[in-house]
Write a protein that binds this ligand. Structure first.
Ligand code: TYD
Length: 228
């Protein structure tokens, strides 16, 4: 079964969550560099996607094809992608002691499909059981930015490209998303840290690093000394 074992040789599993334009990719890259610098082997992956099979499904989802099928079927596509990603990439890496930084994971399904798509919690729980079993992130960093700022950042990053399936949703959708993430952070304070991401990338990176260091590295003085 996925993720039942938790021993010290196992890698750590850290997920990043947040709305559009919250700066996840920049922050993940910075954290991966710091962890690799501390001689902790680290990979960066993403959802939907992250494995060859899941990347094919990603293409379908972001094209808007999933939306045509309705919220439940769209959720099934995210679940199918996650199943492949977990078994082909995440679990094998963690088993080998590699740290896995993942851009989005099941909290995205809970926020986007659950809260906004109104897919029932029972359906989401059943899918979660099948796709990830006992695997849970050791830490989830939720990057929180006001919706107008996030949408401006996403538009600037996009340039001339047309908005994808979720970028194209309206302000109300994105407000609901932010609220859903805040509720997840309140419901699971052990696993989740809500980081104020309305600041310069270096400032946010310092906040992220503090969360990671305090949780995993404070016992290992040599690694912290390398990085502080
Ligand atoms: P992506 O371009 O990776 O967006 P971002 O840079 O915001 O992470 O597109 C992924 C989109 O898929 C994003 O809008 C969130 C959505 N999504 C879900 O709706 N459910 C999920 O379970 C996941 C993993 C992503």
């Amino acid at each position: 079964m996925a993720g039942a074992k938790k021993d010290q040789s196992r890698g750590r599993f850290i997920t990043f969550e947040g709305g559009e334009g919250s700066g996840k990719s920049t922050q993940i890259k910075t954290l991966a560099e710091r962890l690799n610098g501390a001689e902790l082997r680290t990979i960066v992956t993403r959802e939907p996607g992250g494995s060859p099979g899941a990347e094919i499904i990603r293409h379908l989802l972001l094209s808007g094809m999933g939306k045509l099928l309705g919220p439940e079927a769209e959720t099934l596509l995210f679940a199918a992608a996650r199943d492949d990603h977990v078994h082909a990439v995440i679990e094998p890496a963690l088993e080998q002691g590699i740290w896995v930084l993942c851009d989005r994971f099941f909290d995205s399904t809970r926020a986007y499909q659950g809260r906004l798509g109104k897919v029932e919690p029972a359906v989401l729980n059943a899918m979660q059981r099948v796709t990830i079993g006992d695997l849970k992130p050791d830490l989830t960093i939720i990057l929180d930015v006001p919706v107008d700022i996030g949408m401006q950042r996403a538009a600037a990053r996009r340039g001339d490209r047309a908005p994808d399936r979720f970028e194209a949703e309206d302000v109300k959708f994105h407000e609901g998303l932010r609220d859903a993430y805040r509720q997840i952070a309140v419901a699971e304070p052990q696993r989740c840290v809500l980081v104020d991401a309305n600041a310069a990338p270096g400032v946010v990176a310092a906040r992220v690093w503090t969360s990671v260091r305090d949780r995993f590295l404070s016992h290992d003085v040599s690694k912290v000394a390398n990085l502080a």
